[in-house]
Design a protein around this ligand. Structure first.
Ligand code: OAD
Length: 247
């Protein structure tokens, strides 16, 4: 897990669309199903209480998919890491994604709002531990040694997103807010652009293949696939940082 808390004047929000070109399915693609499942059946605490084996199996498959050799950071993840390297201490990536493609690309100042596929949460001691293998009923918590209480460290519907205090502080002071590949249907992230605009005169840019549900909250739009638009935007920011992160 990344633990840096430094936030800078550029906040980048990412969603499933940034990982689509790496071969990971978005949530609200064709049919409104995620890998053939309804959210209610796999992404709520109630679903886990009702059928833990189904929920564990679902996330075990997602974890295995993430470890497939073909699933790698794409040009958009790499461009964001490059931006951070060139503007150290100034870039915070806030992702709704539970994959680890941002960190594999080299992003370090990173907040996983909705948790991480490669971590397990112990319901006995509340510790979060690195977990790359299958999770199941008999698994033992590496922190407290108790068996049978581990679940995916994913923020399910009805649960509180992680590190919102840090995110809110960063949104209030950012000069540039960039949203990439998110449909704007899940709060609090869907409200970030409105928060930024209410706080001051930060520049707001949305990058998406189509206008999101909260597209009107952004002053600028870069239409197209993230693998093309993000490297392009990063090149522009690095070429003329003084001009581009101010309106
Ligand atoms: P969605 O599946 O709702 O939206 C994906 C967005 O990515 C859509 O707006 C697409 O238009 C866009 N998109 C698709 N391909 C793209 C590409 N190549 N380049 C750029 N944009 C592209 O995913 P999220 O908005 O991330 O929460 O979903 C938000 C949350 O809903 C998720 O974090 C998850 C889900 O329920 C939890 O699991 C708690």
């Amino acid at each position: 897990m990344t633990t840096h808390s430094q936030s800078g004047p550029i906040v980048v929000l990412t969603g499933a669309g940034i990982s689509a070109e790496s071969g990971l399915a978005t949530f609200r693609g064709a049919g409104g199903l995620w890998e053939g499942h309804r959210f209610e059946d796999v992404a709520t605490p109630q679903a886990f209480a009702r059928d833990p084996a189904l929920v564990q199996r679902f996330y075990n498959l997602r974890r295995a998919q993430l470890r497939e050799p073909g699933v790698q950071p794409n040009a958009a993840h790499l461009a964001l890491a490059r931006l951070e390297r060139h503007r150290p201490g100034e870039v915070l990536v806030v992702t709704q994604n539970v994959d680890d493609l941002h960190e594999r690309a080299g992003s370090r100042n990173l907040i996983h709002l909705h948790g991480e596929l490669m971590r397990a949460l112990c319901l006995a001691c509340r510790a979060s531990s690195s977990w790359a293998e299958e999770l199941g009923a008999g698994c033992v918590c590496p922190a407290c040694g108790v068996a049978g209480w581990l679940r995916p460290d994913i923020v399910w519907f009805g649960e509180m997103p992680y590190r919102m205090d840090e995110v809110e502080r960063a949104l209030a002071r950012c000069a540039l807010f960039i949203s990439i590949g998110t449909s704007g249907q899940v709060y609090p992230a869907a409200g970030f652009a409105a928060v930024v605009r209410a706080a001051g005169d930060a520049r707001t840019i949305e990058l998406n293949v189509e206008r999101s549900a909260v597209g009107a909250a952004f002053a600028e739009h870069f239409p197209g696939p993230a693998g093309e638009t993000v490297p392009h935007l990063v090149e522009m920011l690095l070429a003329e940082p003084g001009r581009l992160d101010r309106r």
